[in-house]
Design a protein. Structure first.
Length: 265
């Protein structure tokens, strides 16, 4: 099959599986990820990146549990799409591997679970899915910043897409203003420590602190911690696998007010 035809087949399969946006980047255009990509698929030539939109109503619901539920769905959709694409590419004779956008991640030093194998935001920008916002997130034309990303690394030599010539962020600074952690300073600059303390409120840091406190506590204090709200939230995190507790910079992005149309057939 001609590589142009295979690319269109891959994109159609991605959309059919639930992707709202899909693009292709050549591995040569991702030199900062070359080592990781080669470790996944040694002869990789292309990376397919997909975006799945959030429900804007869910992100703005005022109930974190609703936003978390929608996040679980968005990541599940991402996983479904990239596995469908990887299987299709392998059925066409090219080795391919789906790469997660979320957990599981490499927890060893130096990444410590804070960086994935590939920066999907950067890959999406190079594939023309959007541009960077003041919050450092991908801003898309149709769905603003309210998207989740994932992708596939493959041996297939697919024609790459081009980055956008326009900047989709209007640099209004709204995301900077609404950040509850004051972690955004504009131009994509993020204080990751402050952001992480809010976004991952009941994630690994909370778990470590809880274990440390329990070792120091007497029986009454330990019982109080184990029956407290923090422990209940942590248990829920364990059950759902979702530890996000802030969506303000996604939800309040004015570009996100654009109509969220169904993905193209």
């Amino acid at each position: 099959m001609a590589k142009e035809d295979l690319s269109e087949k891959v994109k159609a399969a991605a959309r059919d599986a639930g992707a709202d946006l899909v693009g292709v980047v050549g591995v040569a255009d991702l030199p900062e990820h070359a080592e990781n990509i080669a470790a996944i698929v040694p002869e990789a030539k292309s990376v397919v990146v997909v975006a799945v939109r959030h429900s804007l109503a869910a992100l703005r619901s005022g109930r974190n549990q609703i936003a978390q539920f929608d996040t679980i769905h968005a990541y599940d959709e991402c996983a479904r799409v990239v596995h469908r694409v990887s299987r299709l590419l392998e059925s066409e004779g090219s080795r391919a591997a789906a790469v997660p956008a979320f957990i599981p991640l490499d927890m060893a030093d130096p990444k410590k679970g804070m960086r994935g194998e590939i920066c999907w935001r950067r890959t999406a920008v190079k594939a023309g899915l959007g541009s960077y916002g003041e919050n450092g997130l991908l801003v898309t034309k149709r769905f603003g910043a309210a998207v989740r990303l994932a992708g596939v690394v493959t041996e297939a030599d697919l024609p790459p897409d081009s980055p956008l010539s326009e900047d989709l962020c209007d640099h209004c600074g709204r995301c900077v203003e609404v950040c509850p952690a004051a972690a955004l300073s504009g131009e994509g600059q993020v204080d990751k420590k402050s952001c992480g303390d809010t976004v991952f409120r009941y994630g690994l840091r909370f778990f470590i602190d809880l274990m440390r406190d329990l070792l120091r506590d007497g029986p009454d204090d330990a019982d109080r911690r184990l029956r407290g709200e923090g422990m209940r939230e942590l248990w829920q995190t364990f059950m759902t696998g979702n530890y996000y507790y802030c969506y303000r910079c996604q939800a309040e992005c004015p570009a996100t007010d654009l109509p969220q149309l169904p993905h193209e057939a």
